[in-house]
Design a protein around this ligand. Sequence first.
Ligand code: CA
Length: 232
Amino acid sequence: MKIPRVLVVEDEKAIAELISVNLRHHGMLAVLAEDGEAAQAAIDDVLPDVILLDWMLPGQSGLVLAKRWRLDPRTKLTPILMLTARGDEPDKIAGLDAGADDYITKPFSTQELLARIRAVPRRRAPEQASDVVRIGGLQLDGSTHRVSYQDTPLRLGPTEFKLLNYFMHHAERVHSRSQLLDRVWGDHVFIEERTVDVHVKRLREALGTAGAMVETVRGVGYRLTASVTPDA
Ligand code: CA
């Protein structure tokens, strides 16, 4: 299993060190940043699995950073856990409104911190359902990685499989290229959006006649639909 990478944005060195020692002790990788600028540089380097964000920071506050990262395509799905010394409800609500997934009030115990980190929603994880889905003659088995159309097996590359898996679990809805990058490619969001077009093209080719079910929605993105009846 991949070691969870936790970005700790905290200017108080003693607290940051204590958190990082505890995280490492529990099998996580802690990356420390003392302010928003250092945190942004760390994010640009490697996208963390979770961000622990202190509210009171020199320069930009944790609140401002949470808002910014929620809007940034690269970090919008990264769970943010706010650290706050304040017990005030309005501040907690402001933190959640800014896009934090949860908050933890200082002082907190190591156990409490670890429990919160583990409980934070894994919104970023690419969707990998393992059940069987059928749409308009297409069948995809998530556990065996088999795809067939009208009972004829089809051969798909790994990325095309993941793409089809996502489309089939979210059929009839339009997905933008950036949404597909987030949901199918996960944290490799530095991939150009054009890459999505390349894989959609390959997916259509691999699907043969069923390729017509993958529609281009001009100016928006792509959609898998059963409303198109492919030529037999
Ligand atoms: Ca602080």
